[in-house]
Design a protein around this ligand. Sequence first.
Ligand SMILES: NC(=O)c1ccc[n+]([C@@H]2O[C@H](COP(=O)([O-])OP(=O)(O)OC[C@H]3O[C@@H](n4cnc5c(N)ncnc54)[C@H](OP(=O)(O)O)[C@@H]3O)[C@@H](O)[C@H]2O)c1
Length: 350
Amino acid sequence: MYYNLLMKNFVNWAILAPGTIANSMATAMQGAISKSKTGKQIRTYAVASRSNERAKEFAARFNFKKAYGSYEELFEDSDVDAVYIANPHAFHHDSAIQALNNGKHVLCEKPAGCSVNQLQNMIFTAKKNNLFFMEAMWTAFNPTILNIIKIIKNGEIGQLKHIESRFCNRIPYDPKHRLYAPELAGGALLDLGIYNIYFAMMINDFLPIINHSSAVRMLNGVDVWNSINLTFQNNVTTSFQSAADMPAGSDTHDAIIFGTKGFITVKNFFMTEHAKLHLYKSESGNNNKITKKLDIPFMINGYEYELIHATECILAGKTDSHIHTWEKTKKLCNIMDTLRKDWSMKYAWE
Ligand SMILES: NC(=O)c1ccc[n+]([C@@H]2O[C@H](COP(=O)([O-])OP(=O)(O)OC[C@H]3O[C@@H](n4cnc5c(N)ncnc54)[C@H](OP(=O)(O)O)[C@@H]3O)[C@@H](O)[C@H]2O)c1
């Protein structure tokens, strides 16, 4: 029934909802086409917006062949192979299900599902249609983070003990802003805190979380500030904050990974290109020296890695990524469900 992608050696990508992040992905697509090996297989084919004008403007700016003034037209176009879903979280589930049921592979912005229930439906639909589905968790492919993990695995900071990170923004309150609007699945956790959790999960090999505690400040149905402590099965602890309405006391977007021999400081941990390894100079106290610096600039803007991976998976006929797997996506979503349950925080559709 559907176009047999295995016969093709390229992927016609479409973007659904040309907002802020879609601009970054379109830039990554253009860059990947000219700069990467897989680029020859990436086609900027179509964009769909709720507004014809916006679609046309975006298509012209980023060289997409087709511009649609409704998402339905995109789903109906049999030449679309894969859809990058970039609308607010609350709509990811329905958009992904529609795309998959219309024979399109899906790369869906984070959080793919607002709950494990939603995520399971999406995965079920991908399986049923034998199509690729992946959450666009770009940090899973970040070259600096992957190098940090190698340093930790080499034992360079000794035994891993604790991870501290903050993703705190100060965005003026606007009930219609997607971070503040409960109907758009607003809140700091699903938008920002998700990165703190995933970063710690990556560093801890996705081991089970055996304990958690948290504090939250709610505003009109969404968490605008939260502080979360997790304990992984290997006894590594974490301390995170994420916020929509206030910066952190210091290092608003940074992380520190502590071990027995030293620590790693990570700049803008969720989009990092820079980290430093500090080793303690003596058995006690905090006296340390920087012994290694990681400076690994993105090939384009950081979104190219997930795009290239998704393109390669699609062309290889895979349904699940071998890097950001469905299992990892579910673990991530599950802890967010658990935390929201602790806070008695439910979205209207739950
Ligand atoms: N990976 C990352 O680094 C990253 C960064 C930012 C955001 N994100 C994720 O990407 C998604 C979109 O975030 P964004 O910052 O790009 O949002 P945004 O700028 O507000 O854009 C979202 C787009 O979704 C469409 N849309 C459909 N229904 C809507 C509704 N009821 N209200 C508002 N917009 C609606 C709109 O496009 P049309 O009306 O033109 O169709 C809008 O431009 C979120 O899930 C977020 O978590 C990821």
